[in-house]
Design a protein around this ligand. Structure first.
Ligand code: SF4
Ligand code: FES
Length: 367
């Protein structure tokens, strides 16, 4: 199987964030502030990405607006010829800054929604006044005319707000909403008890999305990430490992997916040492699970193996301690039934939320 060039790159500009969402997928061990790539380093990486074939650049974090040089970074990405999408909570964006981002060529904004009421949103984000501020930012986005996607992260505490989230997306003038049931990676793993949806909620969410897709056809596109612990087949994570996209962490490590650092046997190249092209085509971490040769049974002889590439490696690691195993979400995995029971047990818990901390300012010395 020949390796295609990547289509998309996620640039995690920083792990800093004014919010502290318990479902954050950033790693528990966050990149320190002093290790972050500088403006000129990111600009070089954007050029290398465009030369490699990347078309879409997703600027993310943490909160990318926490970078003072965000406007410069957007300009550099547009100069490199990349389509730029800013993934943000809105906190840290002013009307003036949004106009500057528009002038710099920002193509699209993806705004996160922690809840549809101030009480819910501020509790989940751990940031008082965050909802009202976000609504203000959404108004400026609409006025300036940025194409907008609303990204609603749903879980046991706020899944009942899904119908209202669909209304808010329309009121904001969004073209698309991503209804993303929480995925348990990074920091979020320790909040499975607090956030795991019940089976009934998962079924109800699918019903609401299915009906809304028909009712809102031509008005609002709905992308849907179902509650995977309650599913029978795993997601095609990252579109397949090393198939369509790559992530660059704040400190320049290049990852096949945002949670890849949770797999202990992998080693990651850094854009400070190697060209992005060499990392994509020959990096050890990308080679590890690219294609189908690595697959064990039941994936190796399964007719869905090119559809989902055996599911999520990081999930197999987190749930089974074995990144080479079939994703236990899969009904063909010997661990599927056990996972469903664990999901139901998480959903019955009344554990409190564990909020995400801020990254350290200075890198911790190596042990
Ligand atoms: Fe996908 Fe593997 Fe399950 Fe087949 S056995 S559906 S390839 S995860
Ligand atoms: Fe790493 Fe799914 S998050 S493969």
């Amino acid at each position: 199987m020949t390796t295609p060039p990547p289509i998309a790159m996620l640039a995690e500009l920083t792990h800093r964030c004014p919010l502290s969402c318990p479902y954050c997928s950033n790693p528990a061990q966050m990149a320190s502030v002093d290790a972050e790539l500088q403006t000129d380093e990111w600009a070089r990486v954007f050029n290398e990405a465009a030369e490699l074939g990347v078309l879409q650049l997703h600027l993310s974090g943490g909160e990318p607006a926490s970078r003072r040089d965000l406007v410069e970074l957007v300009r550099a990405a547009r100069d490199a010829g990349l389509y730029t999408n800013l993934i943000t909570s809105g906190i840290g964006l002013t009307e003036k800054r949004l106009h500057a981002l528009d002038a710099a060529g920002l193509d699209h904004i993806q705004l996160s929604l922690q809840g549809t009421t101030p009480e819910m949103a501020d509790e989940i984000g751990g940031y008082k006044g965050g909802f009202d501020r976000k609504m203000m930012v959404a108004g400026w986005i609409k006025e300036i005319g940025f194409p907008l996607t609303l990204n609603a992260v749903l879980h046991r505490k706020n899944l009942h707000q899904l119908p209202r989230a669909l209304e808010i997306a329309q009121e904001m003038g969004a073209r698309r909403i991503e209804v993303a049931t929480v995925q348990f990676h990074g920091w979020a793993l320790q909040n499975r008890d607090a956030l795991m949806p019940t089976r009934e909620q998962a079924i109800e969410a699918t019903r609401i999305v299915t009906e809304a897709r028909t009712a809102l056809k031509g008005t609002l596109v709905i992308d849907y990430v179902p509650a995977d612990y309650h599913s029978d087949y795993p997601k095609r994570c990252m579109g397949g490992w090393g198939q369509v996209g790559l992530n660059v962490a704040p400190d320049g490590e290049v990852l096949p997916c945002h949670a890849a650092q949770s797999i202990p046997h992998l080693t990651f190249d850094n854009v400070r040492d190697k060209a992005l092209k060499d990392i994509w085509y020959a990096g050890a971490a990308f080679d590890a699970y690219r294609g189908t040769d690595w697959m064990p049974e039941p994936c190796a002889s399964c007719d869905r193996k090119l559809k989902d590439f055996g599911g999520c490696r990081c999930q197999a690691m987190a749930l089974l301690g074995d990144p080479n195993a079939t994703d236990p979400v899969c009904v063909k995995s010997p661990h599927h039934i056990d996972l469903q029971a664990r999901a139901d047990a998480h959903a019955r818990s009344d554990a409190p939320l564990v909020y995400r901390p801020q990254p350290p300012k200075v890198a911790e010395p190596a042990q």
